[in-house]
Design a protein around this ligand. Structure first.
Ligand code: PGA
Length: 259
C-alpha cells in the first residue's frame, strides 16, 4: 500500500503570481527528485484547483479539495459540490478538519453527509479526527476518536470503507509546534483500526489508510510517521515550501524502500 503525503495549502497563495511561483518551484524540485513511490496529494484553495490539476498530470501527484458541500447541485449560494471538484480533476477531499469544526461549526452529522457525498462521486475523503488538549488531559482521547469515527461513518457501507482515508490530527498539534510521541500516535492508530475491525471486519479495516497530521516537518516525520507505522502524513505549513515538503516525501520514500 503506497504511502500518502497530503499537502493542505489552506487559505494561501493569494495572487496568480504567487500561485505560479509555487507551481514553478514545485515542478523544479520534483524534476530533481529521485524516484517517488509515495503518492503526493496537493490540496490548494478552490480557485487554484483547475490550474493545479492541469499542471500535475503525473501518476504519483494528485489533487484534492479542502472542502465540499453535501448536496450535488442547486440553490446553495457559495457552495461547491463533490461533482464540481471531481470534474475539475480532484481525486481527494479533506473533510472534518479541526479548523472547519472550529470556525464553521461542522458537526459530526455534517461531516458524515459530506463523506457520503464524496464517496458517491468516487472522491476519496481524507477524514480528520483528533482530540483537543483538554480531552487528552482528561484521558478521553480514545473515546473521542471512537465517537468521531462512528459519526463519520454512519451509513457508510462496507463496499465503500476501503476508499476512506483517516488522518489522526490532534487539535492541539495543528498549527502549533507541539507533536505527540510516536507511542501516543501508535495507540491512536490501534484504536482506529480496532474500531474499524469491529464495524467492518479485519480484511476491510486492514486496507484503510491512517495518516498523521499536525506540525509535521522533515525533522519530526520519523517520529510521527515512521515509528508509529502510519500510512503517510497530512502537512499544513511545510507544504507551502516545496523543497521542505519534498524532504518529507523523501524520508517517507526511504522507509518504503527499506520495507
Ligand atoms: P500544520 O497543519 O502542519 O501547519 O500543523 C496541519 C493541518 O492542518 O492539517
Amino acid at each position: 500500500m503506497s504511502k500518502l503525503i497530503v499537502g493542505n495549502l489552506k487559505m494561501n497563495l493569494l495572487t496568480i503570481a504567487e500561485r505560479d511561483r509555487y507551481l514553478e518551484s514545485f515542478e523544479r524540485e520534483l524534476k530533481n527528485f529521485p524516484e517517488n513511490k509515495a503518492k503526493i496529494i496537493l490540496c490548494p484553495p478552490f480557485v487554484h484547483l483547475e490550474k493545479f490539476s492541469e499542471k500535475f498530470k503525473m501518476e504519483n501527484v494528485s489533487i484534492g479539495a479542502q472542502n465540499i458541500f453535501w448536496e450535488e447541485r442547486g440553490s446553495f449560494t457559495g457552495e461547491i459540490s463533490s461533482l464540481m471538484v471531481k470534474n475539475i480533476g480532484c481525486k481527494y477531499v479533506i473533510l472534518g478538519h479541526s479548523e472547519r469544526r472550529k470556525y464553521f461549526s461542522e458537526s459530526g452529522e455534517i461531516i458524515n453527509a459530506k463523506i457520503k457525498a464524496a464517496l458517491q462521486d468516487n472522491l476519496t475523503p481524507i477524514v480528520c479526527i483528533g482530540e483537543s488538549q483538554a480531552e487528552r488531559n482528561d484521558g478521553d482521547t480514545a473515546e473521542i476518536i471512537v465517537a468521531q469515527i462512528n459519526q463519520s461513518l454512519k451509513d457508510v457501507p462496507i463496499s465503500k470503507i476501503t476508499e476512506v482515508v483517516f488522518a489522526y490530527e490532534p487539535v492541539w498539534a495543528v498549527g502549533s509546534d507541539a507533536i505527540p510521541t510516536g507511542n501516543d500516535i501508535l495507540e491512536v492508530r490501534i484504536t482506529i483500526k480496532k474500531t474499524l475491525v469491529e464495524k467492518y471486519g479485519a480484511s476491510a479495516a486492514e486496507k484503510v489508510r491512517i495518516l498523521y497530521g499536525g506540525s509535521v516537518n522533515s525533522k519530526n516525520v520519523a517520529q510521527v510517521c515512521v515509528e508509529p507505522q502510519m500510512d503517510g502524513v497530512l502537512v499544513g505549513r511545510e507544504s507551502l515550501i516545496p523543497n521542505e515538503f519534498l524532504k518529507i516525501v523523501e524520508i517517507i520514500n526511504a522507509i518504503r524502500n527499506n520495507e
